[in-house]
Write a protein that binds this ligand. Structure first.
Ligand SMILES: [Zn+2]
Length: 167
């Protein structure tokens, strides 16, 4: 039975789940998925507050059993103050590749009453495609409003992704 399980090709697959949320902060640029969004508030956080990149980095790390970005890049460390979150994503991707895995697809949800995500969806997908070196067809970004639940005080991002072992 054990041999059958380990010879199954599905054992080469790993799923990752990411979640992140930040409150808004006036006067800070809003970054999501590595691009600037035209909005009067950014996301409060030790880094640039890019909640989407944080969620994707955590999903990558989680899929291969690595510590999350909160452990790798603690907000008590001044080195990560106002840092571009691309750095977190690149480190997560490096660890995934080091373990022999390749990203197959990424599906994201941005939960926000404001700003409207629809006008930025294609730019965010393109940015993620370049950062992750993954075809844009393998990336989905959806904006969802919370319809009155915890509205207007910040935003949250969720994502799931699939990895395959190249070996
Ligand atoms: Zn975050």
């Amino acid at each position: 039975m054990r041999a059958i399980i380990y010879s199954c090709p599905l054992m080469k697959l790993r799923v990752g789940l990411g979640f992140d949320s930040h409150p808004f902060e006036k006067g800070k640029p809003l970054k999501l998925g590595g691009i600037l969004i035209d909005f009067p508030m950014g996301l409060k956080g030790h880094s640039d507050g890019d909640a989407l990149l944080h969620a994707v980095a955590d999903a990558l790390l989680g899929a291969v059993g690595e510590p999350d970005i909160g452990e790798l890049f603690p907000d008590t460390d001044p080195r990560w103050k106002d840092v571009d979150s691309v750095l977190f994503l690149k480190e997560a991707l490096r660890r995934v590749r080091e373990k022999g895995y390749r990203l197959l697809n990424l599906d994201c949800v941005i939960l926000a009453d404001q700003p409207k995500i629809a006008p930025y969806k294609d730019s965010i997908r393109k940015s993620l495609s370049e950062l992750l070196e993954l075809p844009v067809e393998c990336i989905s970004v959806k904006g969802k409003r919370r319809e009155g639940f915890c509205q207007e005080e910040g935003l949250a991002c969720l994502c799931t992704l699939l990895l395959v072992h190249e070996g």
